[in-house]
Design a protein around this ligand. Sequence first.
Ligand code: BEZ
Length: 391
Amino acid sequence: MTALRLRSPLSSTLLATALLSLAGGACAQDKLKVGFMLPYTGTYAALGVAIENGFRQYVDEQGGKLGGRAVEYVKVDDESDPSKAADNANKLVKRDNVDVMVGTVHSGVAMAMAKVAKDNNTLLIVPNAGADAITGPLCAPNIFRSSFSNWQTGFAMGKVAAERKIKTAATITWKYAAGDESVRGFKEGFEAGGGKVVKEMNLPFPNVEFQALLTEVSSIKPDAVYTFFAGGGAVKFVKDWSAAGLGNSVKLIGSGFLTDGTLEAQGDAAKGLLTTLHYADDLTNPKDKAFRLQYAKTYKLQPDVYAVQGYDAAQLLGAGMVAVKGDVKNRDGLVKAMESAKIDSPRGPFTLSKAHNPVQDFYLREVTGKVNKNVGIAVKGLADPARGCKA
Ligand code: BEZ
């Protein structure tokens, strides 16, 4: 009787379905689940896309696998909106059960992600956002950054500005962690070298109504204006600056985001601008040459610093995954290997500080034609001070 029931068409269908779903479940578990939380809309949309492109490029170069595990992706558009950040990160962790979160661009959103990552002990790799807190007070064994701290990029330009005998500077930026911290880093480097920041101006993110601030610059007449803007906002700022004709009397300088991934849209308005960043468009190391060639071939676009940071986020994760032979649950082994990895980056090789932030060279770049040309090392092997990191 039992045997007859098992052989009935309905029972065998059920059995087959159960076996198939078991097999499907096992397969899905075998994959490494990467959750991208990035901006795909808004002023930072192009930055999010470049990070994802770079990450995928490295994984594709490894045959679609890291540490022997095939990689699958889920994506959330964080809209660069800090008020939605905790919910978005929780979706990746609790609904999608990702093995690792990769995100994001905006410092305010990234700080919320770091809190979710800490609360749930989820591995997080930050492929851009420079919020000092992430490798400062929020530092943790499960949180890594493949990019920079806001302090690093500002400090490098402050040092260069003082060395170039600029005496007074005003600052203009968006009023949120990235702008505030970039300016603070600039001020530290600039004033230590004898310069003086005479005025700090800002506007809310992602506002681009710069006119009132530019009028103020023309009345203050500092030697230079230091800026942090990126993405669509950077394009508008550089064009407005050029249209205001301030360039003849006041020097515009910035962290390199001002001119990275933006030069096509900025056109002649960006000509000659000096910025500092951990990447330039004409580096000569073989890794960068191969990276740029493959990126242009795959995406029909020139890469930028964001693509490099995405590529290196995947390299960093890959170093951990290889060491644990794909066993992502071996967190101690994974973290240890990631901490000690020497990343062969297109920007040049780098290692991580104790707080998991890149220790790296900062280049002085000058916009020449459509490239950010490397005109020398601004600061060699610059480490973020990791103020407040107790891990
Ligand atoms: C940030 O919010 O940390 C950031 C955004 C764009 C470029 C660089 C930094």
